[in-house]
Design a protein around this ligand. Sequence first.
Ligand SMILES: [Zn+2]
Length: 333
Amino acid sequence: MPPVAPLLVAPGYSVVRIPLPLPLPDLKVVNAYAIGTQDGVTVIDPGWASTESEAVLVAALASMGYTPSDVRRILVTHAHWDHYTQAVKWRDELGAELLLGAEERHTIEAFDARAGIHPNQVPVLIRAGAPALARAVAALQWEPYERDMPFAAPDRWLRDGDVIDAGGVSITVHATPGHTRGHMAYQIADMAVTGDHLLPRITPSIGFERAPERLPLRSFLRSLQLFLHLPDARMLPAHGETDRYTRLRAQELLDHHQSRLAIVTDLVVAGSSTAYAAARQIRWTRHDRTLTELPTIHQMVAVLEVQAHLELLVDTGVLGADESAEVTTYALR
Ligand SMILES: [Zn+2]
C-alpha cells in the first residue's frame, strides 16, 4: 500500500487519503478519506470488510492520532461492497453514525444472497440476446471473500443538498445517480469526494447493482452535467490518484458517452439490432479486447452498458425498440 498522504491541512482539521487493499481479482485498491478534527474523525468509504483492510485503516487513523473509537460518523458514496461493508461493520461495532444516499435503499432492500449474485441481470441479458452469457452469469458462485458481508440500512439516509457538520467542517452532499441510483459525492472545501462517479482513468460502470433504475445512463449523464456547473474542485476519487479536477473529468466522460451513443447508433443502422450484437462489434478495455475475450462478469457489464445506451437512444427518440419477442430489437426510428 502507498503511504497515507495528507491532502489538506487547514485550521482545525485535516483531510487524508487512505488507500485500502481489496480482495478482488481486478480492482486492487479503494481510497478511504478521513477528516480529522478536535471532535474526532469522519471517515468516507472505509472499504471492504476484511481483516487486512481494517488493519490498514486502523494504522492510518493511528498515524493521524486517532483510534477507531474516535470515529464519529461514516459517510459512504454508494452501497457497492468495496465502499460500504466495512462501514456497516464499524457502525455495528463502534456505534459511529452511518450515512448513505437515500436511493441506495432499493438495492439494500432487494438484496438476498440466496437469490444468486446477479439475479436481476440474468433476464436483462436474455432480453439483450445473450442467453449463453445469461446462463454463465446465473451459474456464478459467491467467492469466499464475498460471503456473509455486513450489508444493511444506514442510520440516516442522505438527500441532495444536505450539509453535514463533521466536527465543525461542512460537508455538502451532491446526489450523483448513475453508477448506482443513490450515489452521492461529498464536497469538502474546494475538494470533492467523487466515489465511483468521477474516476480519473476508468469509465464508471452504469447501473451495476441489485435493483437498478430504469434509465441509469440518463441519470449518469445528468450527474456529469452537474459537475460542469459546480465550482471546479480537486477530485478525491474512490480509485486512483487525486491530481485531477472535476470539471474536465466530467467533460471527458460526457464526450466518451456522446461518442459511444453515436457508435451504438451506427451499429444498429449497420444491422446489429440487439444489445449483445452491438457489444460484440465494440472493442473493450484499453487492450482492445473483443467481448468474448473478457471474463464473464465483464462481458455482463459490457452488454448492460450497451443496453443502457440503446435504452437512452430510445428515450431520446433516435431509436425504436421492438419488445414483442423474447429478445428486444432496435432500429432507427
Ligand atoms: Zn461502485
